[in-house]
Design a protein around this ligand. Structure first.
Ligand code: DSN
Length: 460
């Protein structure tokens, strides 16, 4: 392949091969100088390639995204924003950050993007602490109904610094929008938060904005779990309904660890107290309010991931993610599992294991022994603590990326059923698993992983 020639910052040209040779040498150096750590890195790479990843909060970044994270951009310190840094030496990273911002705005149809938050949680904290004063009221989806810690949970700083009240799901497990309106009218929150970590159905952002407008609240939409479906048009977009939209970049955007803040038609709306616009507020919210120097390597990786999200291939992937999840939900239900809400509109499938007399922890551990990676999750009305739970959460981001389709989802449902049938829950934390079943299922998973390798990753 021809080596591309790129311009270096001094105007000279350098062969593009220099960077890839450097990356290769760096890895060899690591292997030589720190074999203990290197072995662990190899072990986790193999774990990822050789297991069936069904953790709904995860995905696999394209190797070109990983490559950005391993560059010398990590060395660059540059507080502030492009063209207005507090350190010299930021000409190239300014261009990279502008590229990431432009790509983020394009893929989401947004008017403003801030690519500096270090995570989805950070993005939420930046937005909330900029909008609110300590003691102000926020209204978010209850953690057990599928909300996120940073939406006002008592375990989070958002529950400690703000007066946090919650809305819940109804008996079908669906967001109770009348309940949201009643809670909004009762508590008059300054911010209504929507979005979820464990909710498999479409969220009606337009309806939530109506409620926010009725009581004069800002609407914050955290789309961390569904950002890819939103960008691809598979789930309605909140960008012009919410005043502020946040997301992490490593779940359904297949990007690096990091977060993103987006504004749509309300970018020029007044911020609280009339001190400038929401766009100006969000710019200050990340730096200097909540963060110092950004992670330039992560911003480059975000730019790379956003470029991929903007392609037709990604839109096809997003459709497959949702299709796979629907099939998985149907096949699990057909095998006797209670699927919360009766199915899914997204990438996520939630199981209630109470009928199996098994905790989420036991199911998670037994499945992992058989190379099926999921996560325990509290469900509405759960009586078990967060480290034990009565539910299990599955997601199809990674299996869709492997190209797995309906037949493989049927096989996954079969294997999950087989493993859990062969698991005897002795207590909520201990169990006995039939070793013969473990062997057969693990072999089948290895076969699946070989037949559907992670694109661009080594396969054995
Ligand atoms: N938000 C957490 C989850 O959904 O699992 C982790 O990113």
């Amino acid at each position: 392949m021809a080596v591309p020639v790129v311009a270096d910052p001094t105007g000279d040209s350098m062969p593009g091969a220099e960077l890839s040779a450097f990356a290769h040498q760096s890895m060899e150096l690591l292997a030589r100088r720190d074999p203990e750590l290197y072995r662990l890195l190899v072990a986790d790479l193999r774990r990822q390639t050789d297991t069936l990843m069904l953790v709904a909060a995860s995905s696999v970044a394209d190797p070109s995204v990983l490559a950005c994270e391993g560059t010398a951009l990590m060395n660059v310190t540059g507080e502030g924003y492009p063209g207005a840094r507090f350190h010299a030496g930021c000409g190239v990273v300014d261009d990279i950050e502008r590229l990431a911002v432009d790509r983020a705005k394009t893929i989401f149809g947004a008017r403003y993007a801030n690519v500096q938050p270090h995570s989805g949680s950070s993005a939420n904290l930046c937005a909330l602490f900029a909008l609110l004063s300590p003691g102000d009221t926020i209204l978010g989806l209850d953690l057990d109904s599928g909300g996120h810690l940073t939406h006002g949970s008592a375990a989070s700083v958002t529950g400690r610094y703000f007066n946090s009240v919650a809305y819940e799901v109804d008996e079908q497990g669906l967001i109770d929008y009348d309940g949201v309106r009643a809670a909004a009218e009762r508590h008059h929150p300054k911010v209504l938060i929507c979005g979820a970590s464990a909710y498999p159905r479409v969220i009606d952002f337009a309806r939530l904005r109506e409620i926010a407008d009725e009581i004069g609240a800002y609407l914050l939409a955290d789309i961390s779990h569904i950002a890819g479906l939103v960008a691809a048009g598979v789930h309605p977009s909140p960008i012009d309904h919410a005043h502020i939209t946040t997301t992490s970049t490593y779940k359904q955007l297949y990007g690096p660890r990091g977060g993103l803040i987006l504004l749509g038609k309300d970018a020029n709306a007044p911020s609280p107290g009339g001190k400038g616009t929401l766009e100006q507020l969000m710019q200050r919210a990340v730096f200097p309010l909540a963060q110092g120097t950004p992670n330039m390597a992560a911003i480059a990786a975000k730019a790379r991931a956003f470029a991929m999200v903007g392609t037709e291939d990604f839109r096809n992937l997003a459709r497959l993610i949702a299709h796979d999840a629907r099939t998985l939900a149907e096949e699990l239900a057909a095998r006797g599992f209670r699927v919360l809400t009766g199915g899914t509109d997204t990438h996520m499938v939630l199981l209630d294991l109470q009928a199996q007399g098994m905790s989420g922890l036991v199911a998670e551990r037994a499945l992992e022994e058989c190379l099926i990676v999921t996560n325990k999750n509290r469900i509405p009305g759960d009586t078990r603590p967060a480290r034990i739970t009565s539910g299990l959460r599955l997601g199809t981001n990674t299996v869709a990326m492997r190209g797995m389709r309906a037949p493989e989802m049927r096989s996954c449902a079969d294997l999950v059923r087989r493993v859990l049938d062969a698991t005897d829950p002795l207590t909520d934390t201990d169990y006995a698993l039939d070793p013969a079943v473990r062997g057969v299922v693990a072999d089948t998973i290895r076969d699946h992983c070989r037949s559907f390798p992670l694109p661009g990753y080594p396969s054995r």
